[in-house]
Ligand binder design. Structure first.
Ligand code: HEM
Length: 131
Protein backbone atom coordinates (compact mmCIF):
# COMPACT_ATOMS: atom_id res chain seq x y z
CA UNK A 1 0.00 0.00 0.00
CA UNK A 2 1.39 3.37 -0.95
CA UNK A 3 1.96 5.84 1.85
CA UNK A 4 -0.62 8.19 0.32
CA UNK A 5 -3.30 5.48 0.79
CA UNK A 6 -3.01 5.60 4.57
CA UNK A 7 -6.02 7.41 5.99
CA UNK A 8 -5.30 9.61 8.96
CA UNK A 9 -8.36 10.73 10.88
CA UNK A 10 -8.28 14.45 11.50
CA UNK A 11 -10.72 15.59 14.14
CA UNK A 12 -12.07 19.11 14.70
CA UNK A 13 -9.89 18.97 17.82
CA UNK A 14 -6.78 18.65 15.62
CA UNK A 15 -7.96 21.46 13.30
CA UNK A 16 -8.42 23.81 16.24
CA UNK A 17 -4.88 23.12 17.43
CA UNK A 18 -5.64 20.81 20.40
CA UNK A 19 -5.79 21.47 24.14
CA UNK A 20 -3.47 24.49 24.30
CA UNK A 21 -5.50 26.41 21.73
CA UNK A 22 -8.82 25.45 23.33
CA UNK A 23 -7.53 26.75 26.67
CA UNK A 24 -6.42 30.02 25.02
CA UNK A 25 -9.85 30.45 23.43
CA UNK A 26 -11.62 29.88 26.75
CA UNK A 27 -9.30 32.20 28.66
CA UNK A 28 -9.85 34.95 26.09
CA UNK A 29 -13.61 34.30 26.13
CA UNK A 30 -13.81 34.82 29.91
CA UNK A 31 -11.38 37.78 29.81
CA UNK A 32 -13.67 39.46 27.25
CA UNK A 33 -16.58 39.14 29.67
CA UNK A 34 -14.93 41.79 31.84
CA UNK A 35 -14.82 44.22 28.90
CA UNK A 36 -17.46 46.66 27.70
CA UNK A 37 -20.47 45.07 26.02
CA UNK A 38 -20.64 41.88 28.05
CA UNK A 39 -21.84 43.13 31.45
CA UNK A 40 -25.14 41.22 31.48
CA UNK A 41 -23.38 37.96 30.60
CA UNK A 42 -20.70 38.57 33.23
CA UNK A 43 -23.35 39.27 35.87
CA UNK A 44 -24.79 35.76 35.42
CA UNK A 45 -21.45 34.24 36.43
CA UNK A 46 -19.82 33.81 39.84
CA UNK A 47 -17.06 36.30 40.74
CA UNK A 48 -14.41 33.56 40.46
CA UNK A 49 -14.30 32.30 36.88
CA UNK A 50 -11.45 29.80 37.45
CA UNK A 51 -13.72 26.72 37.79
CA UNK A 52 -15.64 27.74 34.65
CA UNK A 53 -12.41 28.22 32.70
CA UNK A 54 -11.47 24.62 33.52
CA UNK A 55 -14.94 23.23 32.88
CA UNK A 56 -15.59 24.96 29.54
CA UNK A 57 -12.09 24.02 28.33
CA UNK A 58 -12.71 20.36 29.21
CA UNK A 59 -16.16 20.38 27.63
CA UNK A 60 -14.94 21.93 24.37
CA UNK A 61 -11.99 19.52 24.13
CA UNK A 62 -14.43 16.59 24.30
CA UNK A 63 -17.03 18.28 22.07
CA UNK A 64 -14.37 18.78 19.38
CA UNK A 65 -13.47 15.10 19.43
CA UNK A 66 -10.48 15.25 21.78
CA UNK A 67 -10.02 13.43 25.12
CA UNK A 68 -13.36 12.91 26.88
CA UNK A 69 -12.18 13.58 30.46
CA UNK A 70 -14.95 16.17 31.06
CA UNK A 71 -17.63 13.50 30.46
CA UNK A 72 -15.75 10.92 32.56
CA UNK A 73 -15.48 13.39 35.43
CA UNK A 74 -19.14 14.46 35.09
CA UNK A 75 -21.15 11.30 34.41
CA UNK A 76 -24.63 12.10 33.14
CA UNK A 77 -24.00 15.85 33.07
CA UNK A 78 -25.71 17.51 30.10
CA UNK A 79 -24.58 20.96 29.05
CA UNK A 80 -28.05 21.87 27.73
CA UNK A 81 -29.90 20.81 30.92
CA UNK A 82 -27.30 22.63 33.00
CA UNK A 83 -28.40 25.88 31.39
CA UNK A 84 -32.10 25.30 31.96
CA UNK A 85 -31.54 26.62 35.49
CA UNK A 86 -29.91 29.80 34.16
CA UNK A 87 -32.04 32.71 32.93
CA UNK A 88 -30.48 32.89 29.45
CA UNK A 89 -32.01 35.75 27.42
CA UNK A 90 -31.60 36.74 23.76
CA UNK A 91 -29.22 39.44 24.96
CA UNK A 92 -26.97 37.22 27.09
CA UNK A 93 -26.95 34.51 24.42
CA UNK A 94 -25.89 37.16 21.85
CA UNK A 95 -23.08 38.30 24.17
CA UNK A 96 -21.96 34.67 24.71
CA UNK A 97 -21.82 34.05 20.94
CA UNK A 98 -20.05 37.35 20.18
CA UNK A 99 -17.37 36.75 22.84
CA UNK A 100 -16.85 33.16 21.69
CA UNK A 101 -16.63 34.16 18.00
CA UNK A 102 -14.02 36.83 18.79
CA UNK A 103 -11.95 34.43 20.91
CA UNK A 104 -12.07 31.69 18.26
CA UNK A 105 -11.06 34.13 15.49
CA UNK A 106 -8.05 35.16 17.54
CA UNK A 107 -6.61 31.68 18.06
CA UNK A 108 -7.89 29.15 15.51
CA UNK A 109 -5.44 29.17 12.59
CA UNK A 110 -7.99 28.03 9.95
CA UNK A 111 -10.46 30.95 9.83
CA UNK A 112 -13.06 29.05 7.77
CA UNK A 113 -13.07 26.22 10.27
CA UNK A 114 -13.18 28.71 13.15
CA UNK A 115 -16.29 30.36 11.66
CA UNK A 116 -17.99 26.95 11.34
CA UNK A 117 -17.13 26.16 14.95
CA UNK A 118 -18.60 29.49 16.09
CA UNK A 119 -21.76 28.79 14.02
CA UNK A 120 -22.20 25.36 15.65
CA UNK A 121 -21.79 26.82 19.15
CA UNK A 122 -24.25 29.57 18.27
CA UNK A 123 -26.81 26.87 17.41
CA UNK A 124 -26.39 25.38 20.88
CA UNK A 125 -26.55 28.80 22.52
CA UNK A 126 -29.82 29.62 20.72
CA UNK A 127 -31.30 26.43 22.13
CA UNK A 128 -30.52 27.65 25.65
CA UNK A 129 -32.55 30.87 25.39
CA UNK A 130 -35.63 30.79 27.59
CA UNK A 131 -38.78 32.80 27.00
C1 HEM B 1 -26.50 30.89 25.56
C2 HEM B 1 -25.61 31.62 26.22
C3 HEM B 1 -24.96 31.11 27.48
C4 HEM B 1 -25.02 31.69 28.71
C5 HEM B 1 -25.72 32.98 29.06
C6 HEM B 1 -24.29 30.82 29.62
C7 HEM B 1 -24.12 31.05 30.97
C8 HEM B 1 -23.53 30.18 31.86
C9 HEM B 1 -23.47 30.38 33.29
C10 HEM B 1 -24.08 31.57 34.04
C11 HEM B 1 -22.78 29.34 33.81
C12 HEM B 1 -22.48 29.10 35.31
C13 HEM B 1 -21.34 29.98 35.68
C14 HEM B 1 -21.02 30.04 37.15
O1 HEM B 1 -21.55 29.24 37.95
O2 HEM B 1 -20.20 30.90 37.50
C15 HEM B 1 -22.39 28.48 32.71
C16 HEM B 1 -21.64 27.34 32.84
C17 HEM B 1 -21.21 26.58 31.79
N1 HEM B 1 -21.51 26.76 30.47
FE1 HEM B 1 -22.67 28.22 29.71
N2 HEM B 1 -23.79 29.75 28.92
C18 HEM B 1 -24.18 29.87 27.61
C19 HEM B 1 -23.88 29.02 26.58
C20 HEM B 1 -23.07 27.92 26.68
C21 HEM B 1 -22.74 27.03 25.58
C22 HEM B 1 -23.22 27.20 24.12
C23 HEM B 1 -21.93 26.06 26.10
C24 HEM B 1 -21.32 24.89 25.39
C25 HEM B 1 -20.49 25.05 24.42
C26 HEM B 1 -21.74 26.34 27.51
C27 HEM B 1 -20.97 25.60 28.37
C28 HEM B 1 -20.90 25.78 29.73
C29 HEM B 1 -20.14 24.91 30.63
C30 HEM B 1 -19.32 23.69 30.24
C31 HEM B 1 -20.34 25.42 31.92
C32 HEM B 1 -19.74 24.86 33.21
C33 HEM B 1 -20.67 23.88 33.82
C34 HEM B 1 -20.12 23.28 35.11
O3 HEM B 1 -18.99 22.85 35.15
O4 HEM B 1 -20.89 23.23 36.08
N3 HEM B 1 -22.46 27.47 27.83
N4 HEM B 1 -22.86 29.01 31.55
Amino acid sequence: MAESDVQVAVTPYDLVGRADVVRRIVDRFYDLMDEEGFAELRALHAPDLAPMRDSLTGFLIAWLGGPRDWFTRNPGKCVMSLHSKIAVTQQTARQWCDAMRLAIAEFVPDQDFGAKMADALEGMARGMVRG
